[in-house]
Every structure is written in structure tokens, then in C-alpha cells.
Design a protein around this ligand. Structure first.
Ligand SMILES: NC(=O)C1=CN([C@@H]2O[C@H](COP(=O)(O)OP(=O)(O)OC[C@H]3O[C@@H](n4cnc5c(N)ncnc54)[C@H](O)[C@@H]3O)[C@@H](O)[C@H]2O)C=CC1
Ligand SMILES: CC(=O)C(=O)O
Ligand SMILES: [Mg+2]
Length: 542
């Protein structure tokens, strides 16, 4: 421990020569004190505010507490509680903790970015425009906590240094009236810009980001669906960036689906090539996952057409068919051409028609997977795969305990937000959490270390395959589809290794030094680079 003033050691105890610190404070366990303080708070939002204050007072201690208590703390910093933090951010705001770039800064964005204190040391920015925060809609400038929460997962889950992380909220206005009318609202009071104005802003922003932070990776987060696809297409080969909701979600769900299909197949013998996957919800997340699945199927030898035929998509108007007028661009690829009956609008009718082996919810519709829906899935499949992936919990398509009860324990389940284990007829069942948090830390770490010019499709796909293969024997025998969260650092290191190798194969790695390392040596290097918090450094000023 490095302390500025001499200390007296008595009976092995450390006593600072100062009156500002209680004499025996340094001999107590600060982490336990923090946990006790955290647990004394009654609501999720109070816990969020407490943790936020702890991070400001003592970042090392904050990350130590987080790393030692992931299962308890991640649901506060991230989904579901981060949803409450965003919804109420204008009211709970305490201190500056991220970078706001406003539409009013247009023409001066470079100057704004230069105000960020860690400048050239910055490596990863999570950028939201607040237009679709989780499933909660347009929260405008209140969206910053989602960028902060994702970056906390980068730091805890992948070992990215806190000083490398830049949380960004683009304040482009909001179309949500209640914020525009709220005197405490922290954002610019205007409606969102039209496409041409937003495009100009985004182009200036990305160019300025590259100039100001030349080694930085941009993760686009929670943009409304049209813009999510639009800016990914516009920027993905020009800048080092990816879209978490499209690519991160695609990658993480493919991984859980592969492990689920293996489990289901051991009961039914159904091969991957005969899976029929029904997507309830066809936005950035639904279509992102559908594309990742079809891409994987083609890797397995299916033709593109055969792969696409495995997928059925549903939106608020029902089963998406090619003959529907005015289909949005991103829905066209998966629109069915083999159904020409009357529009199928009820989920029960759609399931009866498709007979899916897997039902994936990315719809934001709470309890859309009713008892009838779940029981029908169970009657069609010995092991139905049901993933209600919408966030936060308040928008989840079905609760875990209901899914277990209505399928008599046969369901293979992963939800976007966390659920606790459930006891049913004497047996304990553990849910999976199908959330991009398992994937983006490793994609980011691998991209940063390899200094990849772009994030290629193969990097995202290999991340998914690495995650799918990361289950231990114990996790496999417990029928988990994702690894236990407590192992996320090791898992992120393995994902980063796969991402670096894919970057090399695609020739986008600007750091070519890793090319000559064996996998073992590279994995050791990655792990050695992971930042470790150390609260012993917290009192150098005593
Ligand atoms: N688990 C995870 O890792 C992730 C989960 N998500 C969640 O997925 C959800 C959707 O996100 P996006 O795709 O970006 O949003 P979005 O708003 O673009 O998509 C929602 C989709 O659901 C459909 N939908 C709405 N009402 C419906 C109804 N009554 N019946 C059938 N379909 C209906 C819409 O037509 C649209 O296609 C959000 O809750 C988000 O939090 C998103 C990314 C990652
Ligand atoms: C998990 C996530 O990225 C979302 O719900 O938007
Ligand atoms: Mg998201």
C-alpha cells in the first residue's frame, strides 16, 4: 500500500498518522462495508445511485466490489435496473460522467470531443442516441446510463481500463412529449431531426471521432431500428465500429441457440438443418439474430435459400410475407414467399402453421408468450426452445417460472434480462441469460488489441462460436446454454482470441505482432493485459 504519511503498525494492524481517517478503518474490509450499504437500499434505483456515488468516490473499490459480486450487481448497473436509471436520469443526475454531443454542436463536434479528459488513451466508446433504450422507447438525452452500463461490463467483463472507456450520448432531441415538457429534462428541447440532417451530423461525428481518438472502437447502442441498420451499413467498412443490437445480439443468440439445439437434438434427434425458428419481433435485434443464424447455417453447408427458409419473422402485423405492401427494407429478406393464405396475425395461428422448434421473442411485448403459446410449443416439441429476449424484465415475453411450469420443465430457456433459478416438482432449473453482454466485451477486446481496421462479419461469427464452445463439463451437465457469469473474464479472453484470429484471416489486423504467437501464448498475453482494480491504491493521500 502506498501511503503519503508514515503509519504505525500495532499488533499487525495499520494505523495512519492522521486524524481524518478513523484509526482502524484501514484494517476493515471496505468491500463488505459497501455491500452492506448497498443491501440496505430498498429499491433498484437507490442501489444504482449508491453504486454511482461509490464509483465516483473510489473507482478501484467499485470495480473490486463489482468483480466479486457480478450476479448481484450487474442487474443493477445493467438490465433491468439501468432501464429505470435511464427513464429517470434527468431527475437522478448527480455529476458529469459521460460525453454529450448535441445537435447544437453540429459544425463544432471536433472541439467537443477534445474536451474528453483521457484523449488519446481512449479505446472504446459506447454511443447511443437514446432513441430506443432497451425496449423503453425514445428516452432522448436520458440514454447515457446505457452507455455507462455497457462500459462497466467492458471493464469488469473484459478487463478494459476505465480510462480507456468513453460513454457517449448523442443529444439529438426526442419525440417523447413528456420529456420535452419536463422542466428538469437535461436534453435539448426539440424533436428529432429528419434523416438528411441526422446523416450530416453522424458523418461529422464519426469523422471527428476518428481524428480525435484514432485508436478507438465505436459500439453503436440502442439506435432506433432504421438508423441502426442505416449507420451500420454506412460506416462499417469505413471506421472501426459495430452495432451491438444487430451484431452483438446476433452473435450471442446464435451461440445460445447452438447449445440449445444440441440439447434438444439429444432428446429428439432433430438436426440443425431441420430447425424452424420463429422470430416474434423483427426489429434491429430480431433481424440481426436471424441474419447471424442464416450465415452460420450456410457455413454448415446449406445454400443461402435453404438457410433463409429455416426462419419465420413476425411483427406487429403478423407473419411477415413478401406480398405485404410497404414492407420496411430490413424485413424484406426474410419475408415468406411460400404462404399466400389470409394474413396470419395471432401467434397461436402462426405457431400452428410454422410448427417451430424455437420461438425467439424480441418484440418488447410483456407476456406475449401466453400459457396457450407455451403449452402449444411444448406439445410440438419434446424440448421446446423458448428465448424471451426483450429487455428489461418488465417487457419480457414470458417469466421463467411460468415457462418451466407450462412445459413441465422441458423448456430450454434464455431471457434477455436475468431470472433466478426455479424449483419445480423437487428439481432446480437454471435459466440462461441470452444477452449481448456475453459477447461485446470479447469482440471489443479482440478488436482493440488486434487494432482491426473494421469489425468484419467473420470476427462476429467467430466470437459466437467461441462463446458456444466455452461451457465447462459441469455447465453442460447442468444443461446450461450460456456459461456462468462469474467466468466472464476468462470467456471474454477466449472470445478476444477468436476475434483476433478472424481479424488476421480477414487481413484487417493492423497490429501484426500477434500473427506469430501460438494460441496459448496469445491467450496468456490477452489475460495479462486485462486491467485489475486494486483498492489498496485508494488512500495514497492519507
Ligand atoms: N437480449 C439481448 O441481448 C437484446 C435484447 N434486445 C431487446 O429486443 C427488443 C427489441 O429491440 P429492437 O429490435 O431494436 O426494437 P424494435 O422496436 O425495432 O423491434 C420490435 C419489433 O417487435 C415487433 N412488435 C411490436 N409489437 C408487436 C406485437 N404486438 N406482436 C408482434 N410483434 C410486435 C415490431 O413490429 C418490431 O418488429 C427490446 O426489448 C430490446 O431490449 C435488443 C438487443 C439485445
Ligand atoms: C441488451 C441490449 O442491448 C438491449 O436490450 O438493447
Ligand atoms: Mg442495446
Amino acid at each position: 500500500m502506498s501511503l503519503g504519511l508514515p503509519l504505525v503498525a500495532t499488533n499487525g494492524h495499520v494505523v495512519p498518522l492522521t486524524t481524518r481517517i478513523p484509526p482502524y478503518f484501514l484494517n476493515t474490509d471496505h468491500r463488505q462495508r459497501c455491500l452492506a450499504q448497498l443491501r440496505s437500499k430498498h429499491t433498484g434505483l437507490e442501489k444504482y445511485i449508491y453504486l454511482n456515488g461509490l464509483k465516483e468516490r473510489d473507482p478501484n473499490l467499485f470495480y473490486e466490489v463489482l468483480l466479486g459480486n457480478m450476479l448481484e450487481i450487474i442487474p443493477i448497473l445493467y438490465t433491468p435496473t439501468v432501464g429505470d436509471a435511464c427513464s429517470n436520469y434527468s431527475h437522478i443526475w448527480r455529476r458529469p460522467e459521460g460525453l454529450y454531443v448535441s445537435i447544437e454542436h453540429k459544425g463544432h463536434i471536433r472541439q467537443v470531443l477534445h474536451t474528453w479528459p483521457t484523449g488519446l488513451a481512449s479505446r472504446i466508446a459506447v454511443v447511443t442516441d437514446g432513441s430506443r433504450i432497451l425496449g423503453l422507447g425514445d428516452l432522448g438525452a436520458n440514454g447515457l446510463p446505457i452507455s455507462i452500463g455497457k462500459l462497466d461490463l467492458y471493464i469488469a467483463g473484459a478487463g478494459i481500463k476505465p480510462t480507456s472507456a468513453v460513454p457517449i450520448c448523442l443529444d439529438l432531441g426526442t419525440n417523447t412529449e413528456k420529456f420535452l415538457e419536463d422542466p428538469l429534462y437535461i436534453g435539448v428541447r426539440r424533436k428529432r431531426p429528419a434523416t438528411a440532417e441526422m446523416d450530416e451530423f453522424m458523418k461529422e461525428f464519426m469523422e471527428a471521432m476518428k481524428e480525435t481518438f484514432p485508436q478507438l472502437l465505436v459500439q453503436f447502442e440502442d439506435f432506433s431500428t432504421d438508423n441502426a441498420f442505416r449507420y451500420l451499413e454506412m460506416f462499417k467498412t469505413q471506421y472501426r465500429c459495430f452495432n451491438d443490437d444487430i451484431q452483438g445480439t446476433g452473435s450471442v443468440v446464435l451461440s445460445g441457440f447452438l447449445n440449445s439445439a444440441r440439447l434438444a437434438s439429444s432428446a429428439t434427434g432433430t438436426p440443425l438443418s431441420e430447425q424452424r425458428i420463429l422470430f416474434f419481433g423483427a426489429g434491429s435485434a430480431g433481424i440481426g439474430v436471424a441474419k447471424q443464424l442464416t450465415s452460420f447455417f450456410t457455413l454448415q453447408g446449406m445454400s443461402e435459400d435453404e438457410a433463409r427458409k429455416r426462419i419465420y419473422t413476425v411483427d406487429s402485423k403478423g407473419l411477415i410475407t413478401a406480398d405485404r405492401k410497404g414492407l420496411q427494407e430490413h424485413k424484406i429478406y426474410f419475408a415468406r414467399t411460400d404462404y399466400d393464405g389470409p394474413a396470419l396475425t395471432s401467434l397461436i395461428d402462426i405457431i400452428q402453421y410454422v410448427k417451430p422448434t424455437a420461438l425467439l421473442g424480441l418484440s418488447t411485448i410483456r407476456n406475449a408468450f401466453t400459457e396457450d403459446v407455451v403449452r402449444l410449443m411444448a406439445s410440438l416439441n419434446a424440448r421446446p426452445i423458448i428465448f424471451p429476449l426483450s429487455n428489461p424484465v418488465s417487457l419480457c415475453e414470458v417469466d421463467y417460472s411460468d415457462a418451466i411450469k407450462w412445459t413441465n420443465g422441458t423448456v430450454i430457456f434464455a431471457s434477455g434480462s436475468p431470472y433466478k433459478a426455479v424449483k419445480f416438482e423437487g428439481k432446480v432449473y437454471e435459466p440462461g441469460q441470452g444477452n449481448n453482454m456475453y459477447i461485446f466485451p470479447g469482440i471489443g477486446l479482440g478488436t482493440i488489441l488486434s487494432e482491426a481496421r473494421h469489425v468484419t462479419d467473420a470476427m462476429v461469427e467467430q466470437a459466437s462460436i467461441a462463446l458456444a464452445g466455452s461451457l465447462t463439463d459441469e455447465e453442460e451437465s447442468s444443461e446450461l446454454v450460456y456459461p456462468r457469469l462469474a467466468r466472464i473474464r476468462d470467456i471474454s479472453a477466449n472470445i478476444a482470441l477468436a476475434v483476433i484470429r478472424a481479424a488476421q484471416t480477414d487481413n484487417v489486423d493492423e497490429n501484426v505482432l500477434f500473427r506469430n504467437l501460438t494460441d496459448e501464448a496469445l491467450l496468456d498475453y490477452i489475460k495479462a493485459k486485462q486491467w485489475q482494480p486494486c483498492s489498496a491504491h485508494s488512500y495514497p493521500h492519507l
